[in-house]
Ligand binder design. Structure first.
Ligand SMILES: Cc1cc2nc3c(=O)[nH]c(=O)nc-3n(C[C@H](O)[C@H](O)[C@H](O)COP(=O)(O)OP(=O)(O)OC[C@H]3O[C@@H](n4cnc5c(N)ncnc54)[C@H](O)[C@@H]3O)c2cc1C
Ligand SMILES: NC(=O)c1ccc[n+]([C@@H]2O[C@H](COP(=O)([O-])OP(=O)(O)OC[C@H]3O[C@@H](n4cnc5c(N)ncnc54)[C@H](OP(=O)(O)O)[C@@H]3O)[C@@H](O)[C@H]2O)c1
Length: 436
């Protein structure tokens, strides 16, 4: 089974780790390069912190992958034009193929006035902050008492939970550009938040948007159900907070005083329908909402500075792939470079989706490898290149030293989980230092 192929995987989130496992199962040697010290990507630094069982289950699977003999892990290494090594420098090491599973690290900015104000944030930064990913874990946020979250997906729900339970925010408004029937969160997630929904206000809001829904012959009850169906399983109310929706509203600007956000301006929308697709259309009517914080939870895009060509927030994929899997293209236009998971389709789906996508991407890589002779890369060259970066590079053995230290800290503090909030502390716990 073993062969002399050596593939570089960039990113150790679910797509990268499951993709690497798939390649290793074919006898391919794999080197994973990961920006973060720890493996797991958003499974470690995105999934809501109290989902301990889910996180533990995923970590167990990730450990099994990292334990594979023919898999090398280089953590604390960023690939990209602003990274430790450019993609071209990595390719120059001679890998037989490169699989990019670096997630969607770019920020979708709407280019609105006031985005620079203190109090205006993007979801990824907030999520990384509360999941303790350095350096976001050390950043200061100003959440205040009244917070608007743009978007109505599961990320909005997670952030609203954090704001209510941890930051003790008093009022949260979800700004939804379309209507109640188009919200994108799931019942299973909304049950953690729905208890804070002000039901009288919700009824008034449904009445306010009734004419717009009727104009496209939409059943008012469809949206009501979509939102309220999570009520029977709602978490108990323990905080003094209020949550509500502002439907048919798109942000148009933020205003502040002395650099601090004070108001969000929105434009009212109507709904249009074409070929079953429901879109929001601005009416020109604008109004302002007093807020301390605005968080954009509108999905992310890939990192445009990574070093691969992009189009419409995504890395370009060959439209006529030589190695399709399930009819999908995982091929970048750069020879031998493939993309998978959220690097193929930004902000799409759950861990299970990223896993499947990473495996499919690996299958595409495997098909490609069959068309070429192994380049017989010397693994020592890769090790030497890593050493030459003059920074601490984290191996899978190093990670094994970090886990017991964090577990011990958790025990001491009586916590279910403890994470060091800085790279320095993690490196120190592993016996590595910044000058290593
Ligand atoms: C807030 C939030 C909560 C979520 N909650 C859930 C949930 O409860 N359940 C669920 O099933 N799904 C959840 N998801 C979805 C799930 O996290 C994703 O589907 C999945 O993590 C995507 O996997 P990925 O490997 O493609 O990318 P990611 O998980 O983003 O992994 C990318 C990896 O690439 C590395 N990387 C990035 N840039 C570079 C670079 N330049 N060089 C080297 N390495 C790099 C990162 O360090 C990271 O390890 C959530 C998503 C978010 C945003
Ligand atoms: N607990 C969980 O299981 C969990 C938690 C978090 C995330 N996830 C998963 O991670 C993925 C990403 O989640 P997400 O919440 O970021 O994305 P999402 O589900 O796509 O939601 C994004 C929201 O932002 C809105 N939006 C997009 N562009 C906008 C714009 N320009 N102006 C105003 N609103 C805009 C969207 O509205 P439109 O619908 O009108 O486009 C939508 O309501 C999803 O698959 C999600 O299920 C899962």
């Amino acid at each position: 089974m073993e062969n002399n192929y050596y593939v570089a995987v960039i990113g150790a989130g679910p797509a990268g780790l499951f993709g690497a496992r798939e390649l290793a199962a074919q006898g391919v040697r794999v080197a994973i390069f990961n920006r973060d010290i720890k493996a797991g990507g958003l499974a470690e630094y995105g999934i809501y912190p109290v989902k301990h069982m889910m996180k533990a289950g995923l970590r167990k699977q990730f450990h099994q992958t990292l334990d594979l003999a023919d898999l090398d892990y280089y953590g604390n290494v960023t690939i990209g034009t602003r990274g430790d090594l450019t993609l071209d420098e990595l390719r120059a090491l001679g890998f037989d193929a490169v699989l990019v599973t670096a997630g969607a690290q770019g920020t979708k900015s709407l280019g609105l006035p006031g985005e620079e104000l203190e109090g205006v944030y993007h979801a990824k930064d907030v999520v990384f902050f509360y999941n303790k990913l350095p350096p976001f874990s050390q950043r200061k946020f100003r959440f205040g008492k009244r917070c608007a979250i743009i978007g109505a997906g599961n990320v909005m729900v997670d952030i609203a939970r954090h704001l209510i339970y941890v930051q003790k925010v008093e009022e949260i408004i979800s700004i939804v550009r379309r209507g109640p029937a188009e919200v994108n969160f799931t019942k299973d997630e909304m049950k953690h938040l729905i208890t804070y929904l002000d039901l009288d206000e919700f009824d008034r809001e449904m009445e306010r948007v009734r004419p717009a829904l009727q104009a496209i012959n939409q059943d008012l009850e469809a949206g009501r159900h979509k939102i309220l169906d999570s009520l029977p399983k709602a978490d108990p109310k323990t905080e003094n907070a209020k949550f509500h929706f502002d439907f048919l509203a798109s942000p148009t600007g933020m205003f502040g005083e002395n650099g601090f956000l004070t108001k969000l301006e929105v434009e009212d929308n109507i709904l249009t329908e074409k070929d079953g697709k429901i879109s929001a259309k601005g009416t020109g009517n604008k109004r302002t909402i007093d807020v301390d914080t605005v968080i954009f939870a509108i999905g992310d895009k890939v990192d445009e500075s990574f070093g691969l060509p992009t189009e419409w927030n995504e890395f370009i994929k060959n439209k006529e792939p030589r190695f399709p899997v399930d009819g999908l293209s995982f091929e970048s236009p750069v020879e031998g470079v493939f993309v998978g998971g959220w690097s193929r389709k930004a902000s799409e789906g759950l861990v299970g989706y990223a896993r499947k996508d990473g495996i499919s991407a690996a299958k595409a890589v495997w098909q490609y490898l069959q068309t070429k002779q192994p380049a017989n890369v010397n693994a020592e060259t890769v090790v030497a290149k890593m050493k030459g970066l003059n920074k601490p590079i984290v191996t899978k053995d190093d990670l094994k030293r970090l886990e017991p230290v964090e577990a011990e800290e958790a025990k001491k503090r009586g916590l279910e989980e403890f994470k060091f909030a800085s790279n320095e502390e993690m490196l120190q716990a592993m016996g590595l230092t910044e000058t290593a």
